[in-house]
Design a protein around this ligand. Structure first.
Ligand code: ATP
Length: 134
């Protein structure tokens, strides 16, 4: 079976790289897509969610926040603000971030930046969910 290479890049640099990907599933703003070798080249916006990577002998979930994917016939480039493999997610930290974002959203004197708190809550909920995926 022909495989794909997958690179996930954040502002901190490359955080994930492998060249034996059989199938990668991710959530674009237009819905979930699965990408295999030979996919039609395209670019899509990604929502905060996960990338499921299937390779010979296993699979892995990676939590990602908003960004883009560029699909080429044998290469997948994912450019996102943050990415963490499920096994590397610090659940206590995500829980703290969730509580903080909820407090901010529920506060009567919040400073007005609700959109930012909503996105922080979305990231925290996503990390808590992806940490449960195997
Ligand atoms: P926090 O308030 O805990 O920093 P956040 O959502 O504001 O949460 P981000 O700005 O999305 O954090 O991420 C900053 C950096 O910390 C990124 O490199 C990201 O991968 C990492 N990171 C954030 N939360 C976690 C977590 N729960 N587990 C592992 N890495 C995390």
């Amino acid at each position: 079976m022909s495989t794909l290479s997958l690179n996930i890049v954040t502002p901190n640099g490359s955080v994930y790289d492998r060249d034996d990907v059989e199938l990668a599933v991710m959530q674009t703003t237009a819905g979930e897509i699965g990408v295999m070798f030979g996919h039609i080249p395209t670019v899509a916006a990604l929502k905060t969610g996960y990338v499921k990577v299937n390779f010979d002998g296993g699979s892995e979930f990676i939590a990602v926040s908003e960004g883009f994917v560029e699909i080429r016939q044998h290469k997948l480039s994912i450019i996102v603000q943050t990415a963490e493999a499920a096994k590397d997610i610090d659940v206590d930290r995500a829980q703290t971030a969730k509580t903080k974002a909820e407090e901010h959203l529920n506060s009567e004197q919040n400073s007005g930046d609700l959109h930012r708190a909503e996105r922080a809550l979305e990231r925290a909920n996503n990390r808590l969910y992806v940490a449960t995926l195997k």
